[in-house]
Design a protein around this ligand. Sequence first.
Ligand code: ATR
Length: 271
Amino acid sequence: MTDRYAVIGNPIAHSKSPVIHAEFARETGQDISYERILAPVDGFRAAVDRFRAEGGSGLSVTLPFKLEACAYATQLSDRAEAAGAVNQLKFEGADSFGDNTDGAGLVRDLESNLRVHLTGKRLLLVGAGGAAQGAIVPLLGRQPAELVVANRTVAKAEALAARFAARGPIRAVSFEKLDARFDVVLNATAASIGGECPPLPASVYEDCALAYEMMYGRGQTLFMEQALAAGAARVSDGLGMLVEQAAEAFELWRGVRPATAPVLALLRSQL
Ligand code: ATR
């Protein structure tokens, strides 16, 4: 029996998850199928119930359903609870286990692929939406010297810093008051979608080993260009994070960890 998995979202046609999981399955010899499900924006629960009734084993969840998936799950991992969002569901009988692999995928891309170690480092996380929130606990888990959250709406950054204060050294700051240097700068805003860039002072990049864009696409974003111009040693987009979060999901579902480098190279060649 081939076990069925899928990615659910709206829109979903652009999703690279089917390619990634097909490659993981081939590489590890796992007998799975993996499809795309386009759910109506008001029809997440019904679509998930239907997939389960048809025997589905697990789902990847993408925009705009990560919060609804969190409410849907009967059990949550600590990291899903901290993120307040679920991007992977695993079904076992009447139970559904919700996990969030985005932050772990980010940390793995930074440390294993890009070889930038976070322990003892000064990290700047730009943004305070869902993407930023999911990254905080995994980043603090690496015991940085400090994690500073900067956001256009500073109250949202302050709320996140207050919420996660018990997890490690975290503080919020407005863009205007940002005057320190950072080893790693992470863009978790949606600014790049509109071809924009958060207004960061050039000084943040003076000792910067890596400026990381949590989105991906062909070529560099304005954030990456500005970081390089301001002195960042290196920039990366978030394609590796996409592949690593999928590898975490594959391991959750199948109990085996696939190699990610070949899949990352394949996706890069297709951008
Ligand atoms: P996501 O789930 O992708 O994080 P979100 O929850 O809508 O999406 O959050 C979007 C983030 O991008 C927010 O931090 C937002 O800043 P505000 O909280 O001030 O709205 C940030 N953002 C979006 N466009 C931006 C821009 N042009 N410049 C700076 N920040 C931007």
